[in-house]
Design a protein around this ligand. Structure first.
Ligand code: PHE
Ligand code: ZN
Length: 881
């Protein structure tokens, strides 16, 4: 039962816990339908707490209390109070052993939080507050304990019994059962607790750390799928190697386990020594997983492994500090991706996602700072802001102080805080002290929400040979924050000459030029930077590498942008120039369409794309990024009143014009960039496939019989999932007969491979063909569909609501009504997933009055339900506020 009237939790109310728990012994007995948990906790007063009361309040939800004892003496029911959230004990001693026994039914746990059953066994998910669904505990990250855990279960049904740390003993017991005892040598917050009782297959490997320790590596997957676990093991070893060489961080355990489970709310979880992963980020075989799947597995495996230091050894004091571990760990997995693949392409993809998703969040009702100061339901704050903007904030520190100082800052951070639960501010202080810089103003990135706007204007004075760059920053008001102070923005810039070369950069007052690429410290609301010795009029290359998470406005002409597309030495900005130009053209076209005129596409842009194709062989992956037009959701954000229909029409028109103009070149690229030999997901091969499939998508936009035949042939001859899906996606948007044939063949072939079936649902849910809602509604009734599995729900419902804007925003409101109904249906099973779907309504105020009316009605229809979860209620209340 949820609290019917939840109070927001405030950062300013933080106080240390009055009691600490140093040691936890758990005995967990699995006997369907019950899991019975006997806990022995070593409790003592916290000398660091000012609270002098003698009341111990423990958290516990969805569990049935069977008994309580203090120092071996059983308490009578009159000696404690228990309700749906807490167990309260009055007048407790200064130090004592608390024993509780509880039970609950993991087979009825559809929330997938705490300890829950799936088809292959039982798994835990404790972050953020799931441990309280397993036993009574002080469920907050600043309470850290050492754990000893004994699991008992039926041997035949649950042959694997796992928990954090090292296996210390195991054996058989009566009734065809067995047991295993695990000890974790490191103190940890309870959100990192994990246990598994399941039937799983195992792939093993080993890794010798640079100090010579040999660690056992294990990847557990559902029976019959070990042939899909190899890449994950490989990725784990690469990540271990990388963290040693880049940050000097070694594995601190004798054994590191990854367990894959098909029913999982998130991507993966960094439980100490026993990571639990969504199968989506573990299982891969060339014929079942795309290049993007492989890439994401690599990044997520690294992310969870990196948490062992950034998150586990040093953890968060409270949940407001979530970005301390998540922002930093995303930054680390981004850098790992950049080193392992193409730095430029990785950056382009990360920035695209940041701008499509996080910028929209920052402009909407759920806007919050990287370090939020209030929440109702913490599960709603695992957001793009905390993760991805948080990573940008860490990246900016890296940019400001430089790589060497950043490394010293990391070393100092571990030296000071190993074994502690700390704050974002502790991290910044370590960086400040190591680099000897003042980051006082920079800290506003943690406390102010909203995306800053940086407007740049350049003026060239030929006589004085000076170039003056005027930079103005502002930040729009956001929920709860009407006014903002200026940010400290590191802005990387260069000046590109008419011949394409970078100019030497010397600021007024400096004795000599300092390179051709430098970082300006923007700190004021308005600031000028005067470059001297500038021999001719340059084109400024601004915010190179996207050096700060801001909206950049500049007065570039179309010709300036095509110049940067051709010559900028910064690869990110070469791509960015094309993206800015494409955005400009599409938005102008949208205006023309709205006014009943025929949109125009400047020849300079068409020529520039032609050059991308001619030069594609230099870097196919980069060329593929340049060919991908800005997403419809991103374009919608650029308008005062978004017009999803006109955006869709105009974006497609640009694609069709390019496809018509360059048909031969696209056909040539499609043939030329084939990848012979055995499949490999490496950056080179994946880049060639990305380009080839981008070419195919352009050709299929013509949707004529030649293109359809080519695509259908490709669909049938494809030997890997990357090419298969690329072709299938084109066909799913096509009106030809090939569509149904390919979709039918695909399902028949893959109906037993859950992750591939997800792809089949997704490709249909995102189809732009008319009648999308009816098809999605029919798919809801498909025997393979279930709301109970988060991946499946995401593949149909989230895909429709987030990645099919033209149909989700249908003018008659049918998309909104449909999604609102599904939010309610999901909420009864799994509030976390339901609230994620409810967030599809975040930007409803961006649309016209008629759509707003439909969206408001849909949101209100959710809100009027009783028994709504806190998760969904918080999202809907904020959307309607
Ligand atoms: N901490 C996990 C990660 O980012 C995400 C997660 C949060 C997983 C909450 C489960 C529950 O690596
Ligand atoms: Zn994480």
């Amino acid at each position: 039962m949820r609290d019917p009237n939840p109070q927001p939790v405030l950062l300013k109310d933080y106080a240390p816990p009055p009691y600490l728990i140093d040691r936890v012994e758990l005995d967990v007995d699995v006997r369907e339908p019950w899991a019975t948990v006997h806990a022995r906790l070593a409790v003592r007063r916290n000398p660091g707490s000012k609270d002098t009361g003698r009341t111990l309040v423990l958290d516990g939800e969805h569990i049935e209390l069977l008994s309580v004892a203090i120092d071996g003496r059983a308490l009578a029911a009159s000696e404690y109070k228990v309700d749906a959230q807490n167990l309260r004990l009055e007048s407790v001693p200064d130090a004592f052993t608390l024993e509780t026994r509880v039970r609950f039914d993991p087979w009825k746990n559809t929330r997938l939080e705490g300890f829950y059953a799936t088809k292959d066994g039982l798994f835990t998910q404790c972050e953020a507050q799931g441990f309280r669904c397993i036993t009574y505990f002080v469920d907050r990250p600043d309470v850290m304990a050492k754990y000893l855990v004994t699991l008992h279960a039926d041997k035949e049904r649950f042959p694997r019994l796992l928990a954090n740390g090292n296996l210390v003993a195991s054996g058989d017991e009566e009734g065809a059962r067995h047991w295993a005892r695990w000890e974790d040598p490191f103190p940890k917050p309870c959100y990192l607790y994990a246990m598994v009782a399941a039937k799983l297959d195992l792939l093993e490997g080993s890794f010798t750390t640079r100090s010579g320790k040999n660690a056992l590596l294990q990847v557990y997957v559902e029976p019959g799928k070990v042939d899909q676990a190899g890449f994950t093991l490989h990725a784990l070893k690469k990540a271990m190697q990388w963290d040693e060489s880049v940050f000097g961080l070694e594995l601190d355990l004798d054994r590191f386990m990854i367990v894959a489970v098909g029913d999982f709310n998130m991507g993966a979880m960094e439980n100490k020594g026993l990571n639990i992963f969504n199968t989506k980020y573990v299982l891969a075989r060339p014929d079942t997983a795309t290049d993007m799947d492989y890439y994401l597995i690599d990044r997520v495996v690294a992310h969870e492994y990196f948490h062992n230091w950034t998150g586990n050894r040093v953890t968060c004091r409270d949940w407001f500090q979530l970005s301390l571990k998540e922002g930093l760990t995303v930054f680390r997995d981004q850098e790992y991706g950049a080193d392992e693949y193409s730095r430029a392409v990785a950056r382009i993809q990360d920035v695209r996602k940041l701008r499509e998703v996080q910028f929209a969040e920052d402009a909407g009702p759920m806007a919050h700072p990287v370090r939020p100061d209030t929440y109702v339901e913490i599960n709603n704050f695992y957001t793009p802001t905390v993760y991805d903007k948080g990573a940008e904030v860490v990246r900016m520190i890296h940019t400001i102080i430089g790589k060497a100082a950043f490394r010293r800052g990391m070393d100092l951070y571990f030296e000071r805080h190993d074994g502690q639960a700390v704050t974002c501010d502790d991290f910044v202080r370590a960086m400040e002290d190591a680099a000897k810089v003042d980051l006082t103003q920079f800290r506003r990135w943690y406390s102010q929400s909203g995306t800053p706007v940086v407007a740049c204007r350049g003026e060239y004075d030929a006589t004085a040979q000076k170039y003056t760059l005027t930079v103005k920053q502002s930040c729009p008001p956001t929920a709860g924050q009407p006014e903002k102070l200026p940010f400290h923005i590191p802005m990387a810039v260069g000046l590109v000459a008419a011949d394409g070369a970078d100019m030497a950069l010397r600021l007024e007052g400096e004795p000599r030029a300092q390179g051709t690429n430098r970082v300006l410290d923007v700190r004021e609301a308005e600031q000028r930077f005067v470059f001297v010795d500038v021999p001719s009029m340059p084109v400024p290359s601004l915010l190179r590498g996207f050096s700060a998470p801001v909206v950049l406005r500049s007065d570039w002409s179309d010709a300036d942008l095509t110049h940067l597309m051709a010559y900028d030495s910064d690869a990110f900005n070469r791509w960015e120039a094309g993206d800015v130009l494409a955005t400009r053209i599409i938005l102008a076209g949208v205006k023309a369409i709205q006014a009943g005129n025929v949109p125009e596409i400047p020849a300079a842009y068409i020529d520039a794309i032609g050059r991308v194709l001619v030069n594609a062989a230099r870097d196919p992956a980069f060329a593929a990024e340049c060919l991908a037009l800005p997403a419809e959701s991103f374009l919608a954000e650029q308008m005062d009143v978004a017009d999803p229909d006109a955006i869709h029409v105009m974006r497609k028109r640009v694609i069709r014009i390019l496809a018509t103009r360059y048909r031969t070149r696209f056909e040539g690229a499609f043939r030329h960039f084939s990848v012979p030999g055995a499949y490999s997901p490496d950056a080179g091969a994946a880049g060639r496939r990305a380009l080839r499939n981008a070419a195919l998508a352009y050709l299929m936009e013509l949707d004529d019989s030649t293109a359809r035949a080519l695509t259908f042939l490709e669909y049938r001859r494809a030997e890997n999932m990357t090419d298969t899906m690329a072709a299938l996606q084109c066909l799913a948007n096509s009106s030809g007969a090939e569509r149904e044939r390919a979709l039918g063949m695909f399902f028949e072939k893959w109906k037993d491979e859950a992750l591939v079936v997800d792809k089949w649902f997704r490709v249909q849910a995102t189809s732009e063909l008319a009648g999308a809602i009816d098809r999605v509604q029919a798919l809801l009734k498909h025997p393979a569909f279930t709301l109970a599995n988060p991946n499946r729900a995401r593949s149909l419902l989230f895909a429709f609501a987030r990645a099919n804007p033209v149909h989700f925003h249908a003018a008659d409101g049918s998309g909104y009504r449909f999604v609102a109904e599904q939010v309610v249906a999901l909420d009864a099973l799994n509030p976390q997933i339901a609230s994620g779907l409810a967030r599809s309504f975040d930007r409803w105020k961006k649309y016209d009055a008629a759509r707003q009316g439909h969206a408001r009605a849909a949101l209100e229809s959710i809100r009027t339900r009783d028994a709504l979860s806190n998760d969904v209620r918080e999202v809907v209340d904020r959307a309607l506020a």
